[in-house]
Design a protein around this ligand. Structure first.
Ligand SMILES: N[C@@H](CCC(=O)N[C@@H](CS)C(=O)NCC(=O)O)C(=O)O
Length: 197
């Protein structure tokens, strides 16, 4: 049995959108849990088995899978779908690069930029938001999606911080149009409506 622990809206909303995009809503039970919010509302939910009390968390027959990128890859392996190239396809290497780059580089640098944190050690380890934007831009110049003609889970994941923090969205029509196209996808709109209750 597959159970997704979700708090609406949050980083787990991206997994809800992926499940919708993949058409596997009938295979996963969504359990709504509470999380502490930055405005002081909410609290850690004792019914959430995530080791840090966070979301998303996927429970597959008692095995816990955390980290949004890992959960997405896991679901895409269980239910192969056009949202990810198949193992053996060289394009899968490019796909895995985006999925890992998001968690290892993109999310840290966008948080550092939002908090106005600068340190040579951060730059040498992660580069910075401008370098991340340049990398996204270079992919979109070939576009229209990060991996070319096809929308993939990489677009879903990598565009997501710009959907939450519009103030971080670069003033660049190529990137703005891509974010708008990702946000306008019916599955994303359905998640937004569900999250709004
Ligand atoms: N790197 C994790 C981050 C998960 C995360 O920080 N989730 C937030 C929701 S947006 C959370 O659960 N926060 C609750 C808390 O900090 O206790 C992922 O991408 O899954």
């Amino acid at each position: 049995m597959l159970t997704l622990y979700h708090a609406a809206p949050s980083r787990s909303s991206r997994v809800i959108t992926l499940i919708d995009e993949m058409g596997i809503g009938d295979k996963i039970t969504v359990k709504h849990v509470n999380i502490p919010r930055r405005d002081g509302t909410g609290a850690r939910d004792p019914s959430n088995p995530h080791p840090e009390g966070k979301v998303p968390l996927l429970d597959h027959d008692g095995t816990l899978i955390s980290e949004t990128g890992a959960i997405m890859l896991y679901l895409l392996e269980l239910f192969p779908n056009s949202l990810a190239p198949k193992p053996g396809d060289p394009k899968r290497g490019e796909f895995l690069t985006w999925m890992y780059w998001y968690g290892s580089v993109m999310e840290p640098v966008i948080v550092f930029a939002a908090l106005e944190m600068n340190h040579p050690g951060l730059a040498s380890t992660f580069r910075d938001h401008a370098a991340a934007v340049a990398r996204i831009r270079a992919a979109l110049e070939k576009g229209p999606w990060l991996m070319g003609d096809t929308y993939t889970a990489a677009d879903l994941l990598v565009h997501s911080p710009y959907a939450w923090f519009a103030e971080m969205l670069p003033d660049d029509p190529l990137i703005k149009d891509w974010v708008a196209r990702c946000m306008a996808r019916p599955a994303n709109l359905r998640t937004k409506a569900l999250d709004a209750g």
